[in-house]
Structures are given as structure tokens and as C-alpha cells.
Design a protein around this ligand. Structure first.
Ligand SMILES: O=C(O)CCC(=O)C(=O)O
Ligand SMILES: [Fe+2]
Length: 331
């Protein structure tokens, strides 16, 4: 795929979202999710100091010695904890090439002490880490919920329709946080494309909120070309994940993207994502199926999506294609 540097990801100002401008902003978000699967937003309500604190705490963690960081080495059972591409023993088929830490939170309890294992995988060094992530997480969840509600309304549905769809009869969704450090590599620019994070769609994530430092690195597939995303200060990059494409019967697009490493600069990014419970049944919402647009996807459980991800591996569009119906019945 070639690179196209002339096209720009839609940038949406959310400042009027709770007022009379809500309908217009909702339409902009919907259109961006239908055509790009991505948008960038400003005035999103997450405090700048909260964002800065999380970035600083995460960077401080990444600066620790490898021996120290490995105290929180990833558990393959939950994908939580610290992973390092140069030490692959614990990353299995999900191996990526950036260094990262990830953990899950329950929606009802934003204090992420779910069980002993979870607590063990959640870094306590530096001491600022947990409080900074917790505060950041709370504000990001509020933004996730706000965006899912406005998207539901823009689709002509009740405000809670998408969140209910993600619950899929299995109870409240979970959220996860992942912070990543893209380590500089001494290779040519061409070789570095996709080295940071290979092309993929977001399989477990309904809606991904990405926040990064001022070093750009994300590329999005658009009409068979890679489009680089510029850094916009204090913004979020938001994208549709596989479950949201399935729930909206293909109206919103889960689009392939990748991230590149740089030759000299480090890059920090972190994501907050919404994840269905394992038993949740994910299929097109009945309100979005009709004779003109029959169901394009099978209903599958979240566990089936995850099993597909761990057996086939991370990358490409294989998990979303797995949910597609092979033959669409005549209505
Ligand atoms: O770091 C980035 O820019 C992209 C991260 C991403 O796509 C992911 O974690 O799924
Ligand atoms: Fe992603």
C-alpha cells in the first residue's frame, strides 16, 4: 500500500456536545466513523493535567530497569501486565513490537483491584502510577460513554443502544487501559513502517480512545493507502473496533491501522477501550437490519472473537472477516 500525505482525518470539536449543537456534532462523528472508522477530537472533557500526569507516570515506569519492570510481566490468561517485544517469552501470538503495559477494569469498580493476580500485574512503581492511571481512566470512561451515546442517537437509536448491544445479555462491559512506548530503531523509514505495531483492527475494543505525546506515529488505511495522522495538541484519536462494526451491521467501519517507530525519537501512546464480557453475544442490532440491509454478520460471543485472535494471531482484518456472513440470505 502506498502512502497518501494529502488527506486529513476529520477533526471534531466536542465543546457543544451537551447543548443545542449535539445533533450536528453527532452527525459529524457518525459520518467520520462511516467513512474513516476514525476521527480526532478536541474539547473532549478529559483534563489536560490528568492526561499529563498519566503520561509522566507511564514514562517513569518505562524508564525503570528491565528487572524491575519484569515484576509485572504479562499474564497470557488475561493479557494484563508488562510486555516487552525483545523478551517474547510471555507475549505469545499477540507479540507486538512496542513495549507496553495493559490491564482491565470493571466498569462498576474503577478501582482496579479485581483479584490478586490483577493487583500483582498493576505496577506500583513509581508510586504515582496507580493514582494517575485511575484518575485518567475515570475521565476516559466518561468520554467513551458520551461518544457511544451520541453515536447511538445519530444512528436513530436510544442513547444506551450501543452500550446495551455490547453487553450482549452478559452484564456490564469492561474497560481496559494500555500504555505503549515505541522504542527507536536504527532502520530506514521504509523498514520502520508498521514496525512499531503491525496492521490490525481493534478486535476486543468497541471504541478506542488514543492519546499520545507529540510524536506522530499512527497510520490509517483509507482507500488502499496509508494516511498518516498528524499530532493535534490535547486531542484524542477515536476509532471503531470490530464489535462496533458488527453491532451497527457494517454502518461503522473497523479500519486497519498501524503505528511506526522512529529512528531516534521515542513515542508514547495509551489507549482506553471498552470490552464485552466473554459470554456477551455480539451481532447486528435488530434495529439496524431490514430488507434493504440484511444482517451482514453472524452473532458470535466475545469469547469466540478472542479465541480467534489468540489462535490466528494479531494483525490484519481476520477477526472481523471471521464474523462476516458468507452468504447473505434473500430477504
Ligand atoms: O499507538 C498508536 O498510535 C496505535 C495503538 C493501537 O492501534 C492499538 O493499541 O490498538
Ligand atoms: Fe489499534
Amino acid at each position: 500500500m502506498a502512502c497518501d500525505n494529502s488527506r486529513k482525518l476529520p477533526l471534531i470539536d466536542l465543546s457543544g456536545l451537551e447543548g443545542p449543537e449535539r445533533g450536528r456534532i453527532g452527525k459529524q462523528i457518525l459520518e467520520a466513523c462511516e467513512t474513516w472508522g476514525f476521527f480526532q477530537c478536541i474539547n473532549h472533557g478529559v483534563d489536560k493535567s490528568t492526561q499529563n500526569a498519566v503520561r509522566e507516570a507511564c514514562l517513569e515506569f518505562f524508564k525503570l530497569s528491565l528487572e524491575e519492570k519484569r515484576k509485572w510481566t504479562t499474564s497470557l490468561a488475561t493479557f494484563e501486565g508488562y510486555s516487552n517485544p525483545k523478551h517474547k517469552e510471555n507475549t505469545g501470538k499477540l507479540a507486538k513490537t512496542q513495549e507496553g503495559v495493559q490491564f482491565l477494569f470493571n466498569l462498576r469498580d474503577p478501582n482496579p483491584v479485581v483479584n490478586e493476580d490483577h493487583e500483582r500485574l498493576y505496577p506500583s512503581n513509581p508510586p504515582t502510577y496507580k493514582p494517575a492511571v485511575r484518575a485518567y481512566f475515570k475521565e476516559s470512561i466518561a468520554l467513551e460513554k458520551k461518544l457511544l451515546a451520541v453515536l447511538s442517537e445519530a444512528l436513530g437509536l436510544e442513547a444506551d443502544a450501543l452500550m446495551k448491544g455490547l453487553e450482549g445479555g452478559a452484564g456490564e462491559a469492561k474497560f481496559a487501559f494500555r500504555s505503549s512506548l515505541y522504542i527507536p530503531e536504527s532502520r530506514t523509514e521504509d523498514e520502520l513502517a508498521g514496525i512499531g505495531l503491525p496492521p490490525h483492527t481493534d478486535t476486543p475494543s468497541m471504541l478506542t480512545l488514543l492519546f499520545s505525546d507529540d510524536v506522530p506515529g499512527l497510520e490509517i488505511e483509507k482507500d488502499n493507502e496509508w494516511v498518516k495522522v498528524d499530532h493535534v495538541p490535547d486531542s484524542y484519536i477515536v476509532n471503531v473496533g470490530d464489535p462496533l462494526e458488527v453491532l451497527t451491521n457494517g454502518r461503522l467501519k473497523s479500519v486497519e491501522h498501524r503505528a511506526y517507530a522512529h529512528t531516534t525519537k521515542e513515542r508514547f501512546s495509551c489507549i482506553v477501550i471498552t470490552i464485552a464480557q466473554e459470554e456477551a453475544k455480539l451481532g447486528p442490532l435488530p434495529q439496524l437490519i431490514d430488507a434493504a440491509r440484511p444482517a451482514l454478520y453472524e452473532t458470535r460471543t466475545m469469547a469466540e472473537f478472542m479465541a480467534r485472535l489468540t489462535t490466528v494471531g494479531y494483525g490484519g482484518k481476520s477477526t472481523i472477516n471471521f464474523a462476516k456472513r458468507t452468504a447473505v440470505p434473500v430477504a
